[in-house]
Write a protein that binds this ligand. Structure first.
Ligand code: ZN
Length: 527
């Protein structure tokens, strides 16, 4: 097996997993198939771009009691990668299953699975700390027993992390599993958190597990199957999901979209143009209820999941996964909460984000302030100016980038760019203070952002500019004030710098030549 990573953004990545039955691209969701009720064929899976599916080895074993094990690819009539679950979810539902951890490992080997899961003990949502501790310990014991009886090394074995909502247990579980050589690591027990929309807790759980797991192995989140969460989960480093939600939702007339679930009965027309929806209406789906409509709804739900995964991969390739999170965070208040919680981990996300991206980024206001590029800018700001100079010339940094090429102030910047006594700093709405030394570094010149903001933001930015200038200890500050932002900077600098230190030139009324002359006069007078 191999897991190769081809692209990264935040903790998200695009990868390829190779199994003995083929390769597939991550992030990927294994649609969970019912082996006794097959409604979709492999042609459909190929069309959608599904190259790995999942089924439940425990249910398969129970359904075929007494019969010889059959190759799972034959049972499902699916030649590609098949992952099998072990029955742990059934333990969560029914308390126990009538199979031993050794039996289910042996059974998965006999049915020739490609990706197998050991029989862990799910912690669940409502376990108290001592129960959580026990499920973690018992899962580790079972992992050791499984590793002893595994004979087939051509199967990728999954090491489940438990601990539930008890983060210290999740981290301990991940640390223990990391010591054992599994091809894939997985986090259990998130389903109820997703159903109750406690995404903030889910974010914490994923981060607690990721902290302790090896970064070079794929990370699977059990039971996640709603496209609305995919961007957030991928951004946190989840590579794999599995779910039967696409089918369960369809049975209840629920139509998945990338920004939420709709009830067929509440819809007048489909906005989706997937092959299942393109010629149809919700009413038709409703009218032909029963097998056919259910199948089409199942198909639509899968198309939606996989087109969202494609969108996420494209966002990673372009370096715009953060933009996708910002967009999706506006789909529902609980997703906003999820996004806000992810913001608390932005320093960790920063470390795995490429320093240079193939495309510029979008600054969309305060929701962009914790993105990796902004954090990096802030951290390198203080060290960016090598030599402290006597005069600070503060110019507007407007929509034209790099700022020193803005036609309105280009000649002013040029006149003093190499002056031994002058350092130039732009005031930018996106970045706050931008010393000319950073003006052409990525992504300052490649970022699209707004040119206006409300007074609170202007004041905040003005404060940052003032703080930066103070750290440079100039003898004299010359501000070219332009527009409301320029006036906010002027107000702030007037508060922090003495009257004789600060000179303000009105950029709106003075021509560039006049500004250059005024600055030159200042330099002579104060030299
Ligand atoms: Zn559709």
């Amino acid at each position: 097996m191999s897991f190769q990573v081809h692209g990264k953004d935040l903790l998200g990545r695009i990868g390829t997993i190779k199994t003995k039955s083929g390769a597939f691209v991550t992030p990927h969701m294994f649609p969970v198939l019912d082996p006794h009720h097959r409604i979709l064929g492999r042609e459909f899976f190929d069309r959608v771009g599904i190259h790995a599916v999942m089924t439940n080895a425990y249910l398969l074993k129970r359904g075929l009691q007494g019969l010889d094990p059959v190759d799972v690819h034959r049972t499902l009539d699916y030649p590609g990668t098949v992952a099998t679950d072990s029955g742990a979810y059934q333990i969560l539902e029914y308390g126990r299953v009538g199979v031993t951890p050794e039996e289910i490992v042996g059974y998965q080997e006999k049915i020739n699975t490609d990706i197998g899961v050991i029989l862990d003990i799910p912690t669940g949502f409502r376990s108290d700390p001592s129960r959580a501790r026990w499920t973690v310990d018992e899962t580790v014991r079972r992992a050791d027993r499984a590793l002893e009886v595994i004979t087939r090394k051509d199967i990728l074995w999954v090491g489940p992390v438990q601990g539930g909502v008890h983060l210290e247990e999740v981290e301990r579980s991940a640390r223990e599993m990391a010591k054992r050589d599994f091809a894939i690591y997985a986090l259990g027990s998130p389903t109820e958190l997703m159903e109750t929309q406690r995404y903030d807790v889910l974010v914490d759980m994923i981060m607690a597990a990721k902290r302790a797991l090896p970064t070079g192995k794929p990370f699977h989140l059990f039971g996640a199957g709603h496209p609305v969460l995919f961007p957030f989960l991928v951004a946190l480093g989840c590579d794999l999901f599995d779910s039967a939600a696409y089918a369960l939702y369809a049975r209840a007339g629920r139509y998945l979209t990338s920004d939420g679930t709709q009830l067929l009965g509440d819809m007048v027309e489909f906005v989706c143009a997937c092959p299942a929806c393109v010629d149809a209406s919700p009413e038709e789906f409703m009218r032909s209820q029963g097998e056919e409509a259910d199948t089409r709804l199942v198909q639509h739900n899968l198309w939606t999941c996989f087109s969202e995964l494609r969108r996420i991969r494209e966002a990673i390739r372009k370096g715009r996964l953060w933009e996708l999170l910002e967009l999706r965070s506006h789909a529902h208040p609980s997703l906003k909460e999820c996004f806000d919680r992810i913001n608390q981990y932005s320093e960790i996300l920063e470390r795995s984000t490429p320093a240079v991206k193939p495309h510029g980024i979008f600054y969309l206001g305060s929701s962009s302030d914790n993105r990796p590029e902004k954090l990096r800018f802030v951290s390198k700001l203080s060290g960016s100016v090598e030599e402290k100079r006597k005069f600070a010339l503060v110019l507007p940094g407007r929509w034209r980038r790099p700022y020193h090429e803005d036609p309105r102030y280009e000649s002013v910047a040029k006149a003093f760019d190499d002056h031994p006594k002058v350092s130039i700093c732009f005031y930018s709405l996106i970045w706050g203070p931008v010393p000319i030394e950073l003006d052409e570094t990525f992504p300052i010149a490649q970022t699209e952002g707004p040119d206006t903001a409300d007074p609170t933001v202007l004041r905040e930015r003005a404060k940052a500019i003032s703080e930066f200038l103070q750290s440079q200890h100039p003898k004299s500050v010359i501000l070219v004030s332009d527009g409301p932002y320029g006036r906010a900077v002027k107000a702030e600098l007037s508060r922090t710098f003495a009257k004789r230190t600060l000179t303000v030139l009105n950029g709106e009324s003075l021509k560039p030549d006049a500004i250059v002359k005024s600055v030159e006069r200042k330099l002579v007078r104060k030299a």
